[in-house]
Design a protein around this ligand. Structure first.
Ligand SMILES: CC(C)(COP(=O)(O)OP(=O)(O)OC[C@H]1O[C@@H](n2cnc3c(N)ncnc32)[C@H](O)[C@@H]1OP(=O)(O)O)[C@@H](O)C(=O)NCCC(=O)NCCS
Length: 153
C-alpha cells in the first residue's frame, strides 16, 4: 500500500519528502535538539552527503509550513535496511509523524527489494523503546550488537 505523504496535523499541512544534501544545516539543527546523545563524527556534512549519495531517495524529512520537523535516515547494504536518526521536534510529537516517516522509508526500501530493516535503539531511551513496538517492530532479544572500530585516522 502506498504511504500517504501529505496530511493535515493540528490545522497545519505536513508533507513527507526525500531528504537531500541541501537540507543538512536544518536537519543537523533539529538533531542537536532531539538526538544529541546519538550524534557522531559521521554526522558531519561530508558523512551525511556520503550516506545520502549511497542511498539515494531513501531518507525522509517531515515538513510543516516550510519547516523541517522530523527526519529518518534510511539506507541498505543490498541485504538489510538500516534506519538512523528517527526524530521529531518535541512540539510536533504524538501526531503520527515518526510513524509516517518510517512507513515511507520502509516503502522506499521495499522498492529496492529490501524486506528486513534494523535500527539500533539505546536500551535506556524511553522514547525510542515506547515507539518501535507500537508500529509493529519486533525487539530481537536473541542477538547482541558487536562493533569493531578502526582507531586513529
Ligand atoms: C521517538 C520519536 C521519534 C517519536 O516521534 P512521534 O512523531 O512522536 O511518534 P508518533 O506520533 O508517530 O508515535 C506513534 C506511536 O508510538 C508510541 N509513542 C510515541 N512516543 C511515545 C511516548 N513518548 N510514550 C509512549 N508511547 C509513545 C505511541 O503509541 C504513538 O501512538 P499514539 O500517539 O497514537 O499513542 C520522538 O519521540 C523523538 O524524536 N524522540 C527523540 C529522538 C529519539 O529518541 N528517537 C528514537 C531513536 S531510536
Amino acid at each position: 500500500m502506498r504511504v500517504l505523504e501529505q496530511c493535515f496535523i493540528n490545522g497545519g499541512f505536513m508533507e513527507i519528502t526525500q531528504m537531500k544534501a541541501e537540507h543538512y544545516d536544518e536537519v543537523y539543527a533539529l538533531w542537536s535538539i532531539t538526538s544529541k546523545r546519538a550524534l557522531r563524527a559521521d554526522d558531519d556534512r561530508q558523512g551525511i552527503e556520503r550516506f545520502l549519495g549511497r542511498n539515494e531517495g531513501l531518507s525522509q524529512i517531515a515538513v510543516m509550513d516550510g519547516k523541517i520537523v522530523g527526519t529518518v535516515l534510511a539506507g541498505h547494504d543490498g541485504r538489510r535496511g538500516f534506519l538512523y536518526h528517527v526524530a521529531v521536534l518535541p512540539e510536533y510529537r504524538r501526531h503520527g509523524i515518526a510513524a509516517k516517516m518510517v512507513s515511507k522509508a520502509i516503502e522506499s526500501l521495499e522498492n529496492e527489494g529490501i524486506k528486513k530493516t534494523n535500527i539500533f535503539v539505546f536500551k535506556d531511551n524511553p522514547l525510542g523503546q515506547a515507539f518501535w513496538p507500537t508500529i509493529g517492530w519486533e525487539e530481537r532479544d536473541d542477538l547482541s550488537v558487536y562493533q569493531f572500530e578502526v582507531k586513529g585516522d
